[in-house]
Design a protein around this ligand. Structure first.
Ligand code: FES
Ligand SMILES: [Fe+2]
Length: 355
């Protein structure tokens, strides 16, 4: 069903405070809060007494008191108090989850705590670059998380779903697509040469046609980094200037107004088989682009994401009506299918380890 031996994003840092936050991840209810020293705690959100959600209780210093009969738990999940009795059995403990805060996001390890290795967190260090602004949203989406991955790895949908922001006229046959597929990532690079800038890019100062690029990198279970933008046609001679890490060479040296590149980071964390916590954010260079542009671009991307969410939710409902119906595979499915194969391989590996 879900990969357990993995780090997932469970919240933006700013969402976790001294009010307990309840969230279901991979069918498990989890409660998050901050200790008085600022560290983040994640505990099973289910009281060991009668199963009441602990996020409805309250923090007393660094302990969490159940809002039903007052059982109290410390940050390791140990029950330290049962009102009306002096004995507190060890089996009253609840599970504690390893968590790490990094780049404005909170990451949680859903497997055995002893296996949690922070080196397994996907490398999104660009988010931690102090010269860049990061803005994003947490969305609760009524679809399986893999529908979102599919979407981000097949950007041929842009012309049809996003004509008001990122869609150029449907010259899809001219898109040049290169896939790089390994057993732990999929990178899909799409190039649309010499094309009119779509509405969002027209906000920048392009004088004529542009060469568009979209470089998407997937890492399991549900992480997609997208580096996308445009360069004035003819200003960048070498395609290798663009990679999922950003721009180099003549693209990076290009004059302002000649080239635009934006990162979008997407973390899809399953809530259930049918619902997903979707965290997305854009990262934009503060130096080269003014604040009003950031606001406008953010609003455009936000509208774009809403259009995608409407697709996912409609698709999920229809797929549930007839889950066994076969689906036709087309050329642009190469990236999404490779990502699904990576997940299947990992699931098999976990099953083999008795997870
Ligand atoms: S359900 Fe939590 S104390 Fe009874
Ligand atoms: Fe989209």
């Amino acid at each position: 069903m879900f990969l357990r031996n993995a780090w997932y994003v469970c919240a933006f840092s700013h969402e976790v405070n001294r009010n307990p936050l309840g969230r279901i991840l991979l069918n498990e209810p989890i409660v998050f809060f901050r200790r008085q020293d600022g560290g983040v705690v994640a505990l099973e959100d289910r009281c060991s007494h009668r199963g009441f959600p602990l996020h409805k209780g309250r923090l007393v210093d660094d302990t969490l008191e159940c809002g039903y009969h007052g059982l109290t738990f410390d940050c390791s999940g140990r029950c330290i108090r049962i009102p009306g009795q002096s004995e507190v059995p060890a089996r009253a403990a609840i599970r504690a989850y390893p968590v790490i805060e990094r780049w404005g996001l909170v990451w949680i390890w859903m497997g055995e705590a002893a296996d949690a290795d922070p080196r397994g967190i996907v490398d999104w260090h660009i988010l931690g670059d102090g010269a860049r602004d990061m803005r994003g949203e947490h969305l609760h989406v009524r679809c399986n998380y893999q529908l979102i991955t599919d979407n981000l790895l097949d950007l041929s949908h842009i012309s049809f779903v996003h004509p008001r922001t990122l869609g150029s006229a449907a010259r899809l046959n001219e898109a040049q697509v290169e896939n790089e597929i390994t057993d732990d990532h999929v990178t899909t690079a799409r190039w649309l040469p010499d094309i009119a800038p779509p509405p969002t890019y027209a906000r920048f100062n392009f004088k004529g046609n542009v060469d568009r690029f979209q470089i998407t990198t997937f890492n399991p279970p549900g992480f997609v980094k997208l580096f996308a933008g445009a360069a004035a046609t003819g200003t960048v001679s070498d395609r290798r200037s663009f990679s999922s890490e950003g721009m180099a060479g003549d693209a990076a040296r290009s004059r302002a107004g000649d080239v635009v590149g934006l990162y979008t980071f997407n973390a899809m964390t399953p809530e259930t088989e049918h619902t997903t916590h979707y965290f997305w954010c854009i990262s934009q260079d503060r130096e080269s682009q003014g604040q009003s542009l950031t606001d406008n671009v953010f609003r455009d991307i936000q509208a774009t994401v809403q259009e995608d969410v409407a697709v996912f939710e409609a698709q999920q409902r229809w797929l549930e009506l007839k889950p066994e119906a076969p689906m036709v595979v087309i050329k642009s499915d190469a990236g999404p299918l490779a990502a699904r194969r990576i997940i299947e391989q990992r699931l098999r590996r976990e099953a083999g380890r008795g997870m």
